[in-house]
Design a binder for this molecule. Structure first.
Ligand code: GRF
Length: 202
């Protein structure tokens, strides 16, 4: 698989940073070709620029609808010969144009053990529900929110005195570990999808 990555962001970009760091340290055999944000002036774009990576702000307000916006993203990524798209805190639902331009080639990271606690504020949802274990999930992106085949997960115990902040911080450590690893697994192309399952081939 083409090892040129696009990372789509909306905020602080710590997962982006972990991916960039892994490509630079040799832990991940890939290169971040472009970082694309739907929000201007976010920390993630600064991180990209600091790393010498093209940082692109694509303004949703310049497009009449979601379809046109997604199309613009596809054009930008195809122009840069991107092989795999990594959503890293990208706060928009991915639409048809992106899904069909990159079938099975869009990944997302989510701060819970999916299918528990999909959607926003997953860490708060886990605390409020009272689970004793939560975690992080990297999955392939499908048309449904936070629901595609799971590539990799890591469990994080919930402590009685956890707050949303302390729990999020411990989950984030695992996110930074498993996202680059999952990207490597998907790029190595020794896997298939069996029903809902992402199965590695030996
Ligand atoms: C992470 O918790 C990720 O799981 C979720 O959004 C957050 C993004 O954080 N999808 P960052 O921008 O990578 O620091």
């Amino acid at each position: 698989m083409n090892r040129r990555l696009a990372v789509l962001v909306s905020g602080r970009g710590t997962n982006l940073q972990s991916i960039v760091d892994a490509t630079r340290s040799g832990h991940l055999d890939a290169a971040v070709a472009v970082v694309l944000s739907n929000r201007q002036d976010v920390a993630a774009l600064l991180r990209a620029r600091d790393a010498g990576i093209e940082a692109l702000f694509v303004d949703p307000r310049e497009y009449p609808n979601r379809y046109a916006y997604d199309r613009a993203i596809v054009d930008a990524l195809e122009a840069r010969d991107v092989g795999l798209v990594c959503l890293a805190g990208f706060m928009r639902v991915v639409g048809r144009p992106l899904l069909s331009a990159f079938p099975g080639r869009i990944l997302n990271i989510h701060p819970s053990l999916l299918p528990s606690f999909a959607g926003l504020d997953a860490q708060r949802q886990a605390l409020e529900h009272g689970v004793k274990v939560t975690g992080a999930t990297v999955h392939l992106v499908s048309a449904e929110l936070d629901a595609g085949p799971i590539v990799l997960q890591a469990a994080v115990p919930v402590a009685d005195d956890d707050t949303e902040e302390t729990l999020s911080a411990r989950i984030l450590v695992e996110e930074h570990r498993i996202y680059p690893e999952a990207i490597g697994m998907v790029l190595d192309a020794k896997w298939r999808i069996d029903g809902r399952r992402f199965v590695r081939l030996s």
